[in-house]
Design a protein around this ligand. Sequence first.
Ligand SMILES: Cc1ncc(COP(=O)(O)O)c(C=O)c1O
Length: 434
Amino acid sequence: MNSGQDLWKRAKNLIPGGSMLLSKRAEMFLPEQWPAYFSKAKGCQVWDLDGNRYTDMCIMGIGTNTLGYGHPEVDAAVAATVQAGNMSTLNCPEEVYLAERLVEMHPWAQMARFARSGGEANAIAIRIARAASGRDKVAICGYHGWHDWYLSANLSDEGGLDGHLLPGLEPKGVPRNLQGTVFPFNYNNFEELKALVDQHDIGVIKMEVSRNRGPENDFLQKVRQLATERRIVLVFDECTSGFRQTFGGLHKLYGVEPDMAMFGKALGNGYAITATIGRREVMEAAQSTFISSTFWTERIGPTAALKTLEVMERVKSWETITKTGLAIRARWQALAEATGLELDHWGLPALTGFTIKSPKALEYKTLITQEMLAKGYLATTGVYVCTDHTPEVIDGYFDALEPIFRLIKECEEGRDVMSLLKGPVCHAGFKRLN
Ligand SMILES: Cc1ncc(COP(=O)(O)O)c(C=O)c1O
């Protein structure tokens, strides 16, 4: 019985792609076998539609729940808001308290705007930054959501995002006349960015502070200096990196201050809330354009964020998840060495992953997911760590993983991995959208 797969088949007939989020498509994990839907989630445990319980050693809501699913204090705060009323003609006071809180922890910023998704926060930031700089052209490095402004990077050159997180992403439906407005550059390649700035009238630089590698040769400092010299608005997209390694933006770790930053994902511990913060002189450009939306004023998001920040600060969650993530990485490496496999490691410490160095990497990833599912784990080759990933949970995970690494080693030595798979191989990254 797999009620989740049955529902997934219905979904694909009704919802293009089956899910609103590419990363939650069943084919990204285990085609024809993945449970696909949850009935309940708590801590790092998830129950499927048939009542099977799994330990989530996987994407944890794609990075939304660093305090675990259903955190009791966050949920209680949200429940109180539901009781008191989530919407009204008047504004919710929590949005002001949240703005105060975010600028207090990022003293270079004085103002904030809120939205409910990372893509929205990015679109808000781009509009304000373009308005403030008076220039249209943007240099980008990283993933910044699904909106036209960003996908237009692929219009000028089909490989525009090659080397970035979304190689080959199709920009169909994005107006062709946005061509030549967004220019990608590679992380740690300052000369490439400088050449873009020299060639084009770049008004905004938007980038992730770090994703898979840390900055080298004062990269971030050089970007900051270039932006200041050329009066370019520097925007750090912290939607994923925020609150995973510091209390706030990852840029605090590197001592480089942007002109704007966005937070998403972890900010509300699973409730929808994202923020765009910035220097007053930049943010006030929002008054010279139109940025406005009904549900950006609901009350659950800021309520959840305020309580999440309170709990994060008290338990120092970023320290715990960073330590746990580094321990997981070290144990993957030790297991690989013990079994004779070679790994590439990627991701921030609290968002850690590996790739088995083999032409059959995708088949092995599928095998790991299949075998771990049978043992009660949602697992692929990456973990978004949460505070409920205790040492006991991690021990159990590695006990389950060890024989699978040995099986993979046997496959590397000639055993047919396809004969071990009970369904098709999982889809890779963002290239295959079906
Ligand atoms: C750095 C970054 N920016 C923006 C986004 C988009 O956020 P959302 O999926 O909430 O629209 C993501 C999501 O993965 C992200 O990692």
